[in-house]
Design a protein around this ligand. Structure first.
Ligand code: FAD
Ligand code: GLY
Length: 373
């Protein structure tokens, strides 16, 4: 079997790797450099608990299923590539800076407990025992041991290497112009005017997935802009060890001393400008939780585009065009969802039957929603 994957982000690369491991002839076509999209921009939080929201039960279940796969997935990618992925398991602190924040955290915690998520309330003193540099006026915190993190840029590098070592072929600077179609089914992709034949084509182009020419309705995926920045801590005496969610920013410490501060959530299409207001809101939100950041040098600012679907859940599995599959729309949790997406999509492609873990995430759900309205 020959599979062509459109998009070399974490989703396309991890799926390509899983297929190549099972003997499939896989080619990933990447418009730019592999991993340069949202997969480079992300914070790498594996936040199945923190991001659990009422009304998203199916997505919450998928997030938790993928989180459970992450430790073994990380070890396997590291062994297959010889490269580290920076998995850190200190857990996450959600901090309240006043009584209103504390009431919201307690309200959210009640919902998260109802989902079986393990969280503990901490007094300000208990929170500062874990993280001594947190703001003195804390009103309390929630500790989420299950919300861990990975270095998403390191994951990209390791997946590229693992994919190649498994026999996969990666074409960079190779934008797919359209999906080739014959006799009512996808037969490959068109790149620089040439057809590359494939038995199965997978659309995994992240926020750009809605822009590729298809003979069927395009998947409803739009870019959701996120601005981010990072400051440099002393790696031997870091200001933070846990991931911290403050009311207006999150902070993600890396082993090399980088502290990532994110992120804005903006509906501005593919506007890649970094704005004063965006940076101000991130720095203000971070400084209120961790005043010591004011001494640290800013080392990077950047913008990324989350692939947001109409209901914020991914679009996974067969499309209305035989031979074309979707693996897109992972929005805020694509790094978290990488292992389950890759495994379930590979099984779906090889067995010809949708893996039950992704059955609720097919493109057909949008038709059902429209008919129900
Ligand atoms: P991408 O990484 O965007 O990859 C798609 C690729 O397709 C790109 O490389 C692009 O160049 C390529 N492409 C586009 N068009 C074509 C074409 N025509 N031909 C060939 N290639 C094409 N998720 C988490 O789990 N945890 C987080 O903490 C987190 N934080 C985030 C913070 C920010 C600011 C952002 C923006 C996202 C964050 N995410 C996070 C979400 C996560 O980054 C995405 O859901 C995930 O990276 C999506 O992966 P992908 O492979 O689908 O998309
Ligand atoms: N999941 C974090 C973000 O999307 O900003």
């Amino acid at each position: 079997m020959k599979v062509a994957v459109i998009g070399g982000g974490v989703i396309g690369l991890a799926l390509g790797w899983r297929l190549a491991q099972r003997g499939v002839d896989v080619v990933v076509f990447e418009r730019d450099a592999a991993g340069s999209g949202a997969s480079h921009a992300a914070a790498g939080m594996l936040a199945a608990a923190c991001e659990a929201e009422p009304g998203e039960a199916a997505l919450g279940g998928l997030n938790r299923a993928s989180l459970a796969l992450w430790p073994a997935f990380a070890a396997e990618v590291e062994a297959a590539s010889g490269l580290p992925v920076g998995l850190r398991c200190e857990g996450t602190l959600l901090v309240a800076l006043n009584r209103d924040d504390a009431a919201k955290l307690r309200h959210d915690m009640a919902f998260q407990h109802s989902q079986g998520i393990d969280l503990a309330w901490l007094t300000p003193a208990q929170a500062r025992e874990r993280e001594p540099y947190l703001a003195p006026q804390l009103a309390g915190a929630v500790f989420s041991p299950g919300d861990i993190q990975v270095d998403n840029r390191a994951v990209v590098a390791a997946l590229i290497e693992a994919f190649r070592r498994a026999g996969g072929v990666l074409h960079e600077q190779a934008p797919v112009e359209r999906v080739a179609v014959a006799d009512g089914r996808a037969t490959g992709v068109v790149v620089a005017g040439a057809v590359h034949a494939a038995d199965v084509v997978v659309l995994a182009a992240g926020a750009w997935s809605g822009g590729i020419d298809l003979p069927i309705a395009r998947p409803p995926v739009r870019p959701v802009k996120g601005q981010m920045l990072s400051v440099q801590m002393d790696p031997d005496a870091p200001l933070l060890r846990h991931v911290v969610w403050a009311p207006k920013a999150y902070l993600v410490p890396r082993a090399d001393g980088r502290l990532i501060v994110g992120a804005t959530v903006e509906e501005r299409g593919f506007d890649a400008r970094i704005t004063a207001g965006g940076l101000y809101s991130l720095l203000d939100g971070a400084w209120r939780a961790l005043p010591g950041i004011e001494e640290l040098p800013v080392i990077e600012t950047w913008v990324g585009f989350r692939p947001g679907s109409r209901d914020d859940a991914p679009i996974l599995g067969p499309s209305a065009l035989p031979g074309l599959m979707f693996a897109t729309g992972h929005h805020r949790n694509g790094i978290l969802l990488t292992p389950v997406t890759a495994e379930a999509m590979a099984t779906t492609i090889l067995d010809g039957v949708t893996d039950p873990r992704i059955a609720a995430f097919g493109i057909g759900r949008f038709d059902r929603l429209r008919h129900a309205a």
